[in-house]
Design a protein around this ligand. Structure first.
Ligand SMILES: Nc1ncnc2c1ncn2[C@@H]1O[C@H](COP(=O)(O)OP(=O)(O)OP(=O)(O)O)[C@@H](O)[C@H]1O
Ligand SMILES: [Mg+2]
Length: 298
């Protein structure tokens, strides 16, 4: 016979429950002004989640969407760099912490904006060294909830959440943010990436998280000098079909994608006429169609 939490802990539990309910209510209120929430995810690290998030944000913002980006990678934040807002001072008002504002009005929140020393790693103080991993997980979840709730996002058409690598990240986010619309899964055409991503996809499905489809990044090499393309990993083939996901696009490797990201200037805006930018725009178009079948931002 299952027991309710309140039956076990008695009256003391009502305080805790009230606090949890209050936190959830504050999150719901904040998120009510955000029309769509989409996570960019992959089980695998280093496949281009952050750089794709930054470019998608820029393309949609250039089309008039009001876009916010939450860097959900607390330990390895890169979105502030990729969107050129590193070092911006955050303003506090009675409405919360105002996000940094990048070009095209993209609103950005990231742990990076709070860490003053470039070399300082983020550490969580655990009550005991033995408990540090469990503690870290729950501290990260509450930090993320606070970023979502306490940021004065304002009215947004889309909030993109750039997740850190790891299969459980998307299910954990969906628990935190029940009205998450879905996830874009990113992989690269290598067997090892597909294996790791397949596990993450399976876990997300088991958890009932909506997956919009698969983006294959670094799909072929695009030479910026001669414009020719070639294989980078050799594992070309329909990864989306193998994973049972909608194919959303194949983005070639172009060294300028990395150099633009490092300079904080979205590649798709700086080099609109390349094959990779065309592929990024098609990806954005598919996401837009999925989120607004009628085609408009709202
Ligand atoms: N299509 C591409 N062409 C060229 N460089 C790319 C491409 N995609 C990603 N990169 C570069 O590869 C590196 C890794 O990309 P990124 O940081 O976006 O990956 P990630 O999946 O977010 O990594 P992490 O798992 O650590 O968060 C970055 O330097 C980025 O600029
Ligand atoms: Mg990243």
């Amino acid at each position: 016979m299952p027991k309710r939490y309140r039956d076990i802990v008695g009256d003391g539990g009502s305080n805790i429950l009230a606090q949890v309910e209050e936190r959830q209510a504050r999150l719901r209120t904040r998120m009510a002004s955000v029309r769509k929430k989409v996570a960019v995810t992959s089980g695998k690290g280093g496949v281009g989640k952050s750089v794709l998030t930054a470019n998608l944000a820029a393309i949609l913002a250039a089309e008039g969407w009001r876009v916010g980006v939450l860097d959900a990678d607390l330990n390895g934040p890169s979105i502030a760099q990729f969107l050129g807002v590193r070092g911006q001072r955050l303003r506090l008002s009675s409405d919360g912490v105002h996000p940094a504002e990048g070009s095209l009005g993209i609103r950005v929140m990231s742990m990076d904006l709070f860490l003053r020393d470039d070399r300082a790693p983020l550490t969580w103080e655990a009550p005991s060294p033995q408990g540090s991993f469990v503690w870290r997980e729950s501290m990260e979840a509450s930090a993320l909830r606070e970023f979502l709730t306490d940021t004065a996002w304002g009215e947004l058409d889309l909030l993109l959440l750039d997740l850190p690598p790891g299969a459980p990240r998307l299910p954990a986010l969906a628990d935190l943010l029940p009205d998450l619309d879905g996830g874009l899964v990113v992989t690269i055409p290598s067997e090892v990436s597909r294996l790791v991503v397949a596990r993450a996809v399976e876990l997300a499905r088991t958890h009932g998280v909506e997956l919009f489809g698969l983006v294959e990044n670094m799909a072929g090499y695009l030479c910026p000098t001669c414009g020719s393309t070639g294989d980078l990993f050799g594992g070309e083939g329909s990864a989306a079909e193998a994973l049972g996901l909608q194919p959303l696009g194949r983005i070639p490797f172009d060294p300028r994608i990395a150099s633009c990201a490092d300079r904080g200037s979205p590649y798709a805006v700086e080099h609109p006429d390349t094959e990779a930018s065309q592929a990024l725009r098609e990806l954005a178009g598919r996401l837009r169609a999925r989120l607004s079948p009628e085609g408009g931002a709202r």
